[in-house]
Design a protein around this ligand. Structure first.
Ligand SMILES: C[S@@+](CC[C@H](N)C(=O)[O-])C[C@H]1O[C@@H](n2cnc3c(N)ncnc32)[C@H](O)[C@@H]1O
Length: 356
């Protein structure tokens, strides 16, 4: 991959396209099948040879085929059992041995450990022919845009949990036009991923289409591009100086809290690894917790629960389910302060359990 922020893609040769007999078996006619050519450069550039590429929306196995052609292993999850079978059949015909499991994150795990998540998200508003229940997992059946986004967030949260530190998560998406109404799906997805990963780049994928002249003032384009949103699992370093100032401001405002984890370790030994956040232990007191959330909110902290934006108040039982609230703000130099707020006792017990 070179340094240009855009790629012009050429359609796949017939031998790499979804075979007609498999396409005919799909109730959607394989209309949402992507191109191998779209995935190959990303598999090559963002996963080392031999590393495993995971597609959580595996569809017909295009990403897994692209990974194999680049000498990377693959694995996928597909919620639709018939499609998962089509993907297996397609991969078998190419002699590719890559597990495709039926199911959906976060309920079903990836069938193998992976180093790169590379996917095309299912678009909202797609007229999927099935009339099943969206709660069974099929995102094409989700009727509410906010619910659809929330489920994407939960799903990518699970990707984050399984991805090793430093691994990339790359999702391809387009902003949508549904019956003349614009839905900024790609940008909303970038916002979700930005709450879970560190944004690295976006690349524009361009598809050559015959242009036609628009009437003057007609804003519609042929949407012959989409975004590859490139994110990385990497803790952005906090600014230790600003964090110290913020903790002092909390004390000055009368909040009682303890500190645990890497931040106090670093305070005790500045030669230790710099902390990625400051973990605060708070008293199990609803009124005091509400006061703290409002205080942070008024200081323009961004509050979130597992990446989902949060507005105060928050009931303590919900906090216990999620273990911690994240509070982040940036100062005028873009420096990051990140505080993780947990309840004393509860957080210490959870520290024994694997982190999500
Ligand atoms: C855009 S298609 C992917 C096509 C794939 N890139 C290919 O070219 O073979 C999105 C796929 O996501 C699947 N899907 C929808 N919701 C899902 C979920 N919650 N978990 C896993 N797969 C899901 C759909 O059934 C569909 O096959």
């Amino acid at each position: 991959m070179d340094s240009r922020s855009w790629l012009v893609l050429q359609p796949d040769p017939p031998e790499l396209q979804l075979p007609d007999d498999l396409r005919a078996r799909d109730p959607f006619g394989g209309r949402d099948c992507g191109w191998v050519a779209q995935m190959r450069p990303f598999a090559r550039h963002y996963a080392a040879p031999g590393a495993r590429v995971f597609d959580p929306f595996c569809g017909f196995g295009t990403t897994l085929l692209a990974a194999a052609l680049e000498g990377r292993a693959g694995c996928g999850l597909e919620v639709d059992p018939a499609r998962a079978e089509l993907a297996r059949e397609r991969l078998r015909r190419h002699g590719v041995d890559a597990p495709v499991a039926t199911g959906s994150l976060p309920d079903t795990s990836a069938p193998a450990p992976f180093e790169l998540c590379l996917t095309n998200v299912p678009y909202f508003g797609c007229r999927w022919p099935g009339d099943g229940d969206a709660r069974a997992g099929q995102l094409y059946l989700e009727r509410d845009y906010e619910a659809y986004l929330r489920r994407l967030r939960d799903l990518f949260h699970a990707v984050r949990g399984a991805l090793p530190e430093g691994g990339y998560c790359i999702a391809m998406a387009q902003n949508l036009n549904l019956d003349g109404r614009s839905l900024p799906l790609a940008w909303d997805l970038a916002g979700i991923l930005g709450g879970l990963f560190v944004a690295r780049e976006e690349r524009l994928l361009c598809y050559e289409r015959e242009p036609h002249t628009l009437a003057s003032g007609d804003a519609g384009t042929d949407r012959s591009h989409e975004y590859a949103l490139v994110f990385q699992k990497q803790r952005e370093r906090i600014c230790l100086h600003s964090t110290g100032d913020e903790l002092q401001a909390l004390r000055d405002a009368g909040f009682a809290f303890g500190l645990y984890g890497s931040y106090p370790r670093w305070l005790a030994d500045p030669g230790a690894r710099e902390p990625a956040d400051a973990d605060l232990l708070l008293p199990d007191d609803q009124a005091e917790f509400d006061r703290l959330l409002w205080w942070l909110h008024e200081r323009h902290y961004r509050l979130s629960l597992w990446g989902e934006p949060l507005h105060p108040p928050l009931r303590l039982p919900r906090l216990r389910e999620h273990w911690y609230v994240r509070a982040q703000r940036r100062d005028r130099l873009g420096r990051l302060v990140r505080l993780d707020l947990a309840l004393a006792g509860h957080a210490e017990r959870q520290a024994q359990a694997p982190m999500r």
